[in-house]
Design a protein around this ligand. Sequence first.
Ligand code: 4AD
Ligand code: MG
Length: 479
Amino acid sequence: MKRTEIKTLLQDVEVGTKVNVKAWVRTKRGSKNVAFVALNDGSTIHNVQVVVDRDKFDDSILSKITTGASVSIDGEVVASQGSGQKIEVIANDIIVLGESDPEKYPLQPKKHSLEFLREIAHLRFRSNTFGAITRIRHSMIFAVHKFFTEEGFYNIHTPIITGSDAEGAGEMFRVSTFEPGNPPRTEDGKIDWKQDFFARETNLSVSGQLEVETACMAMGKVYTFGPTFRAENSNTTRHLSEFWMIEPEVAFADLEEDMDLAERFIKYLLQYALDHNQDDLEFLSKRLQEAEKGKKESERSMELIEKLKFVLDDSFERITYTEAFNILRNSKPNKKKKFQYLIENWGADLQSEHERYLVEKHFKKPVILTDYPADIKAFYMKQNEDGKTVRAMDVLFPQIGEIIGGSQREEDLEKLTQRMKAMDIPENEMWWYLDTRRFGTAVHSGFGLGFERLMLFVTGMGNIRDVIPFPRTPQNAEF
Ligand code: 4AD
Ligand code: MG
């Protein structure tokens, strides 16, 4: 018999139909005469309940139906007696495809902590929480491509191995085929990178922006969506060493248009989740509410679905860094020295405690900060007339802080190279990037959305390690 997936079974199959279900056992419970087996196959958060008449089956089969085992069950769809679901399946034939020793199987049919699930990342797809996150993650990936396709963008695969440091922060993973202990050396004893695989120093990319800018200067509207690597030693709930980033770049667009695009994009993704992932969002919402039961009313977060709708309903606040700086300097936590990093001198980088104060306490909605001090931003940003600030924009979200970083780009060759000199960025290695300014330069803008930061917001999860299948963080690359 042809297999029916559980999502289809629960939605579309009529009572009386004979079906085959192949899935993994979540739980088995029951009485002397019947066993109730809950099955899940990943197609939906919901399990299908299979009713097994103990008289009809050998004990040798029944005893192998344990949590984690894979089974193939033929049966008949009947109206459910219980309250949970409309239908259930009465088993006629059961094959245990793969046994699972209940003594050794790490996932018991009970609540496990997220920390524990991280230690068994290869099995956590089988938990309700991670199943829901995985389905939403897929949905968001699809929505990203759908949004840009509808807006007339082209997807560009930018390289993962690169010779340039796009962000100029120097936090890169080296790519080399040299023997670590014995690299070839030049006469003066330095490592001779000319003899390495690519005949130059190469690293994993921290951003596809520089390459995507070159495509933008011909194709008009482009985006890259790829893995991004940063070797910064940040052990926080919002940083990964390997994450996914979406970077659009638009020709003839200034910072205003860039911000409009960013806002439209995020809202599109949130609306898509609300429209297509309702069951999973409801599950995650309940999970979150349960997890926060012990907390005081004032410390609890907004209900998940309400929170997503809340962001959709209102436009993001747009203010300059300088305005934000003044708000923060005069804020209560700054005056009472509650911030870990006090706001004193103009020009200081904002920490996530400051970003969250602006979003969660002051404006109570997403905020886009613009016109940052040039010294804390990358070399490629458009310089303002004031000689101090650049046309940067960061989109700040509740709980997360920075979710998007972007800017209008410096299209003037001279100003750009001056800035590069000042920041010690080797011009000769960037000749191809500078060619975009030499030949038909134009105003253009873009940004980067951290995909896992978006996932944190959509799922309401608190730790970025729980929204990517196999997180890479300092000291951690198991699996
Ligand atoms: O602000 P960032 O560093 O900007 C860029 O890389 C630009 N080249 C983007 C552009 O203009 N095309 O990074 C962009 C976003 C951040 O706002 C954040 O959401 C995410 O990437 N991000 C991280 N996400 C997870 N772990 C990390 N270590 C991250 N670092 C940045
Ligand atoms: Mg940034």
